[in-house]
Design a protein around this ligand. Structure first.
Ligand SMILES: [Zn+2]
Length: 268
């Protein structure tokens, strides 16, 4: 079954750390780019939210009854997971068996990919595509970077008539592998009096989360104290008697994460 990554969200800076934790699949010899068509940029003035991705998952999994879907959804500044990159997705009849599928927010039959929000979405896509191609050890060329419309089984113009292959290849080639870029400001990004690396911040479930242990260690709490207090009971996490309502276990980082606002309340 697919859909394992629904709920994960990355920035172009944090994204490469995720595939680095999993083994590249041998079946993936290309990356296929799509546009959503609907929703368009105009229909998502602030990009995607976690709820939008949950709705998309429900559509593919329940309404369509599919076992999988595209792997990744991209908006102006974030990358939203859906299906695990090691497993085959469903997005283009002729390419599903050999290609990772990425969906770009917008309708590029109508909307402009070369300026404003359209360009932001395609730059973000180029960075993700570059990171995935590096991970898969694929060169960037017209055989490895496919458009949905390259599939002889479709009559669709996807990813939009205004998007041309040479332009996208240039964009991907010029996408620096972002590593230490600052995380884009979110209106509610809290300030902490401890320093945590960029890859220890994630905007997930509509709020900023950090690893519980890393935060507490920075606050001077002893490792043994953390181990004695941080407990999982069923699907709930506790620190001592206190329920951590927003905590979750993240398999790739082997760490329990929680919203910043909860941890600051727990140990200021
Ligand atoms: Zn498509």
């Amino acid at each position: 079954m697919g859909f394992e990554n629904t709920g994960r969200v990355w920035t172009p800076s944090t994204f490469p750390t995720y595939p680095a934790t999993i083994k590249p699949p041998t079946w993936a010899t290309s990356i296929t780019l799509h546009h959503c068509g609907a929703p368009s940029l105009a229909q998502r003035p602030n990009g995607f939210t976690a709820q939008h991705l949950a709705n998309l998952r429900h559509f593919y999994e329940v309404n369509k009854g599919w076992s999988s879907a595209p792997h990744l959804f991209v908006d102006d500044d974030q990358l939203w997971g859906m299906c695990e990159f090691t497993k085959r997705g469903i997005h283009a009849v002729s390419f599903n068996a050999t290609s990772i599928g990425i969906e770009v927010l917008g309708d590029y039959n109508v909307e402009n990919p070369k300026s404003g929000r359209g360009l932001a979405c395609w730059r973000t896509t180029a960075q993700a595509t570059k990171a995935l191609a590096d991970w898969l050890k694929l060169p960037i060329n017209e055989n490895t970077i496919l458009f949905h419309r390259d599939d002889p089984e479709t009559k669709k113009s996807c990813p939009g008539t205004k998007v041309l292959k040479p332009w996208v290849l240039d964009l991907i080639n010029s996408a620096a592998t972002p590593t230490n870029e600052p995380i884009p400001d979110k209106t509610d990004k809290p300030t902490l009096d401890v320093t945590l690396a960029n890859n220890q911040w994630r905007f997930i479930g509509e709020r900023w989360c950090i690893p519980v242990r890393a935060y507490l260690l920075k606050k001077g709490v002893a490792d043994a104290t953390i181990a004695a207090n941080l407990k999982k009971k069923g699907n709930q996490f506790f620190y001592g008697p206190e329920l951590l309502e927003g905590a979750f276990f993240d398999i790739p980082t082997s760490a329990t994460w929680a919203p910043v606002h909860e941890l600051v309340t727990l140990v200021p």
